[in-house]
Design a protein around this ligand. Structure first.
Ligand SMILES: NC(=O)c1ccc[n+]([C@@H]2O[C@H](COP(=O)([O-])OP(=O)(O)OC[C@H]3O[C@@H](n4cnc5c(N)ncnc54)[C@H](O)[C@@H]3O)[C@@H](O)[C@H]2O)c1
Length: 448
């Protein structure tokens, strides 16, 4: 494979890596993606996205066809590029602390290769890592294995990523900020130069800071978002006790206050996804190791766990007992427009339903293959909404897919055994369901 042409390499072709690679390449910056997963590499080389993300497939096809993006499992090609981004996973360990093994392996492999390189090479940690990781373990591994020191030949930056699954491509093309953390002026200015090339006149605000501060910005951002979700869910649970109150009105009103802001104020079954929970747990663990107990974040997490149980409580209240009842779970992905089920509220709800003796049948337009890998045959899977609803005693809407939003009361009536509906995403119009057993999160009893 010819690789001399690539200017940047990206190690780890998961959500972040592949979207970063595709967008860099779309701006004419020659990019090589590296992953240990050979099947994933082959797919990318064919211009096919290995995961579902709007706009990614067409962008990938285009940049691969134009030879602006290539992929390989051979990390040695990174040496021929100028900048290497690390975008490998940083999952949770069983105690919630961050697992840095992928970061360590990738850094060591890269450092060994950089030993022979003549000329400058910049390494950028884009994965989410706890404060001190870039300047600690990454720097140590990199310097030891390359036998070079950060400075004239080797550069190192922390550069966290803020894209959201479901809008990842547009987020990567139009970020609200770029955060660059480095103790070394040359590293920071080389990375800023690359981003100036990428964004041109549309360069967003660039925050230049220390690696530790850059790393903490990412955790602060996710901790704030998670807390905002648990906050509105708490208000929703209070609203449910008050006749005639709908949390949607409360969220709309408080969201108009610019100090609060309207986004992330949707009451629901709790946050999910690969990042919020994992990052909050890593931050709690990190903080406790520094002898500070962040009680606010522990409460955020606990409220989130309880929210899934509340969804199941709602179903139980409608049905009496869930034992042997057929419950249709509509939606498995942690949010619409993705096939990602990592930490999805649907999984917590399904586990609770099973614990309480329900028979679960699930449907999702995208996420069934991933769910099958995770839950195997513990539940039934339906090919469409109708077959999920067929004979069901209760339906629970767990993902805000547009096709569920378009359902009418008659669609439930036509197939269900009993029309008990729990709208955990608040996507149906309660007015049209008043004649059915319909409940939604954050809605107080109606005033007679
Ligand atoms: N997913 C998101 O929405 C998101 C957003 C912002 C930040 N992040 C952070 O970005 C990082 C990556 O997240 P992700 O969701 O893209 O991860 P992911 O698990 O989807 O992908 C990681 C990829 O890295 C590959 N990999 C692991 N070790 C490797 C090695 N030594 N060499 C080459 N490839 C290797 C894996 O095969 C996998 O394809 C994490 O730290 C995450 O917290 C994720």
């Amino acid at each position: 494979m010819k690789t001399k042409w690539a200017s940047i390499s990206i190690v780890g072709m998961g959500y972040v890596g592949i979207c970063t690679a595709a967008t860099f390449a779309s701006r004419g910056i020659r990019t090589i993606g590296i992953d240990i997963d050979q099947a994933r590499v082959e797919q990318i080389r064919r211009g096919k996205a290995p995961l579902h993300e709007p706009q990614l497939d067409s962008m990938l096809k285009n940049v691969v066809r134009k030879k602006l993006l290539d992929a390989t499992s051979d990390i040695s090609v990174a040496v021929h590029t100028d900048v290497t981004f690390l975008t490998v996973g940083t999952p949770s360990q069983p105690d919630g602390s961050i697992d840095l093994s992928y970061i360590k392996n990738a850094t060591e492999d890269l450092g060994n290769l950089l030993r022979e390189k003549r000329g400058y090479h910049l390494v950028v940690v884009k994965s989410t890592v706890v404060p001190g990781t870039t300047n600690g373990v990454v720097k140590r591994f990199l310097e030891q294995s390359s036998r070079k020191t950060i400075g004239s030949e080797l550069g190192l930056c922390a550069n966290p990523e803020f894209l959201k699954e479901g809008t990842a491509i547009s987020d990567a093309l139009h970020p609200d900020k770029i955060v660059i953390g480095s103790d070394d002026k040359k590293s920071a200015s080389e990375l800023a130069k690359l981003y100036r090339r990428f964004y041109g006149a549309q360069l967003p605000p660039v925050i230049l800071t220390s690696p530790e501060a850059a790393e903490l910005v990412k955790y602060a951002s996710n901790a704030f978002l998670a807390t905002k979700v648990s906050f509105i869910n708490t208000i929703a649970n209070i609203a449910e006790q008050i006749p005639g109150v709908d949390v949607g009105t409360i969220a709309e009103a408080i969201g108009l206050d610019p100090r609060i802001g309207g986004l992330f104020l949707k009451a629901g079954p709790g946050y999910g996804g690969s990042c919020l929970r994992k990052d909050l747990q890593a931050l709690i663990n990190y903080s406790q190791n520094k002898n500070y107990d962040p009680i606010l974040f522990r409460a955020t997490e606990e409220a989130n766990e309880q929210q899934a149980n509340r969804v199941v409580d709602m179903a139980e209240k409608l049905l009496g007992s869930l034992s042997s009842k057929r419950v249709a779970v509509l939606g498995l992905a942690f949010k619409k427009d993705t096939d990602d089920i990592r930490e999805a509220a649907s999984i917590r709800v399904i586990n609770q339903l099973k614990n309480r003796g329900a028979r679960v049948v699930a449907y999702d337009p995208m996420a069934i293959p991933n769910t099958r890998r995770h839950l195997s045959e513990q539940i039934d899977y339906a090919d469409n909404v109708q077959s999920a609803l067929k004979g069901a005693d209760c339906a629970i809407i767990m993902t805000e897919w547009d096709q569920f939003r378009q359902l009418a009361a008659k669609d439930f009536q036509a197939y269900m055994n009993n029309t008990n509906i729990v709208d955990a995403r608040r996507i149906l119009d309660p007015k049209h369901y008043a004649h059915l057993n319909y409940v939604t999160i954050g809605m107080g009893p109606s005033i007679a």
